[in-house]
Design a protein around this ligand. Structure first.
Ligand SMILES: [Zn+2]
Ligand SMILES: [Zn+2]
Length: 242
């Protein structure tokens, strides 16, 4: 079997490569990629500023199962799925996992999609399949929406690290895709005032669609504006998403 994958050839240079001789093992799943998000870390890998060893591109892929290994019984050909690239062990014996630090788990770093998510087809290894790394998505969910599962999960994970109350106020610094997700989560969690700060007017206009208070970061009165809208209190939560 041969797969086409986007790989980093050299700094600022991506190549579509034919990856030969991939085979689906008894516990593996083969997925045809239909949508894959481009993460900020992918951009860093391409432009040479990434701080971690893996150079694989694409870890937000959703698609359709094309083939399942002989030992797979809970997934079938044709299932629409989102697939995680790294999957922790979630074992009670794992110090990192039982302290809620799944992204620090050794197995988390060792696991990955083959050859990567930014490929026409890719293999989800047995480890990922067995440890909850494959999620069936409903027919009503587009592949593009499903590709947001991993980045949204990162945001929700951040929200689980602090406490907040109904009608609290928040400032989101930087409202690219991640910042917008934080602003929307704030809305879902019942925040009353949601301040979105960015230099980019397009992004500020986008934030206004969600009834956020958009403030240009270049505005030297930003602090006064936030204080005046929060009874001089300032915000309860600040999220840095720059
Ligand atoms: Zn990412
Ligand atoms: Zn673990």
């Amino acid at each position: 079997m041969s797969m086409k994958a986007a790989v980093v050839k050299s700094n600022s240079n991506i190549e579509i490569k034919n990856i030969e001789n991939q085979s689906v093992g008894p516990g593996d799943i083969l997925v045809k990629m239909r949508a894959c998000g481009i993460c900020g870390s992918d951009v860093e890998k391409v432009f040479g500023k990434y701080g971690q060893p893996s150079m694989r591109l694409g870890h937000e892929p959703a698609g359709i199962i094309m083939e399942v290994g002989s030992e797979i019984s809970n997934f079938s050909v044709g299932d629409r799925v989102f697939t995680h690239h790294h999957v922790a062990c979630y074992s009670d014996d794992c110090h990192e996992c039982n302290h809620g630090n799944e992204t620090m788990c050794k197995k988390y770093y060792e696991s990955n999609l083959e050859p990567c998510g930014l490929a026409d087809e890719y293999i989800v290894p047995e480890w990922n399949v067995k440890h909850g790394g494959v999620l069936k998505i409903p027919d009503s969910m587009s592949f593009e929406d499903a590709a947001m599962i991993e980045p949204l999960a990162c945001c929700i994970r951040a929200w689980n690290k602090f406490t907040h109350k109904n009608n609290d106020s928040i400032a989101v610094l930087g409202i690219g895709p991640t910042g917008i997700m934080h602003a929307l989560l704030a809305k879902i969690y019942g925040f009353e005032k949601i301040f979105c700060l960015d230099f980019n007017e397009f992004r500020l206009d986008f934030a206004k669609k969600f009834e956020a208070i958009a403030i240009n970061s270049g505005n030297t009165n930003a602090l006064e504006q936030i204080k005046s809208e929060t009874a001089n209190q300032g915000v309860d939560v600040v999220i840095v998403a720059t």
